[in-house]
Design a protein around this ligand. Structure first.
Ligand code: G
Ligand code: MN
Length: 263
């Protein structure tokens, strides 16, 4: 795999999958999270965490992110002909040293297709964000000055400093799926998810509940007051490269009338 990854990026063997994020009240489509998929010959799927781990180890972060940004924005351009205000969320740790390249690449791809920066959100895991929080602020501010939104991903799994969380330029808090997937300690997780939602709102952020798989979990996340919902209840991540009409046939319980749900 180590030998083939650089070529996989060049040859387009990496694919993008997209999973909807839905407005909690209207159940309208809010945006799509973009996820990387790599199928080896024989159709074996390399787990996403392994791709990222390999990309980092082989020092391929730059070419990988250039590929990810350009391929995503090209897909956004195609689907935008069906949904004008479509938004994408990209998993890119743009608080780190290569943030300048990321910003330039995003600006360039957006201008090629005439897409607004406000249609792009970058998701950065809580763990990555808090590794060197003092250094995160400037690159994130540069991105936000361009209009790109910033989300904290997998919130609740890392070690957030409340002081930094208050000061970093952020828009969205994505509460990790483990707090919504119902198993055993449901009551405890519900209270914790509620507290995290309150915290997110106190910080002026939009709150996304990840891992919504059932109608009960949907109800809980709505009662708690999450703004947006994501999970298998609505759709699993699915490959792009097809018409919007065919792609959205894989959605469940999503209101596809064009959205006016703010931001
Ligand atoms: O770390 P991040 O939140 O970006 O993770 C997204 C991953 O979560 C994807 O790989 C996706 O397949 C997975 N995922 C999305 N929705 C659900 C869900 O409802 N249940 C479970 N178990 N996993 C989910
Ligand atoms: Mn994510």
């Amino acid at each position: 795999m180590e030998e083939v990854l650089p070529r996989a990026i060049e040859n387009g063997d990496l694919k993008l999958a997209f999973q909807p994020i839905v407005d909690a009240r209207s159940q309208r489509l809010h945006s799509l999270e973009v996820l990387t998929r790599w199928y080896l010959p024989g159709d074996d799927l390399v787990p996403a965490e392994e791709i990222i781990e390999l990309v980092e180890r082989l020092d391929l972060l730059d070419p990988f992110h250039v590929w990810l940004i350009n391929t995503s924005i090209e897909q956004l351009h195609h689907w935008r002909q069906s949904v004008e205000d479509l938004r994408f969320s990209l998993n890119i740790p743009a608080n780190q040293s290569h943030s300048k390249l990321i910003l330039e690449e995003i600006k360039c791809a957006l201008s090629t297709y005439g897409i607004s920066a406000s249609q792009i959100e970058l998701e950065i895991t809580e763990t990555t964000l808090m590794q060197r929080p003092a250094l995160s602020s400037k690159p994130l501010k540069n991105l936000r000055d361009e209009g790109v939104r910033i989300a904290v991903d997998d919130f609740g799994t890392g070690y957030s400093s409340m002081a930094y969380l208050t000061n970093l330029p952020l828009d969205t808090l994505k509460i990790d799926k483990q707090f919504f997937i119902e198993e055993g300690s449901r009551l405890f997780n519900r209270k914790v998810a509620q507290a995290m939602t309150t915290l997110g709102h106190a910080l002026g952020l939009k709150v996304v509940a990840e891992g919504i798989e059932t109608e009960r979990e949907l109800k809980i996340a709505q009662e708690i007051g999450c703004d947006y919902l994501q999970g298998f209840y609505f759709a699993k991540p699915a490959l792009g490269g097809m018409s919007w009409e065919n792609f959205t046939q894989q959605f469940n319980h999503i209101n596809l009338k064009s959205g006016d749900d703010e931001t």
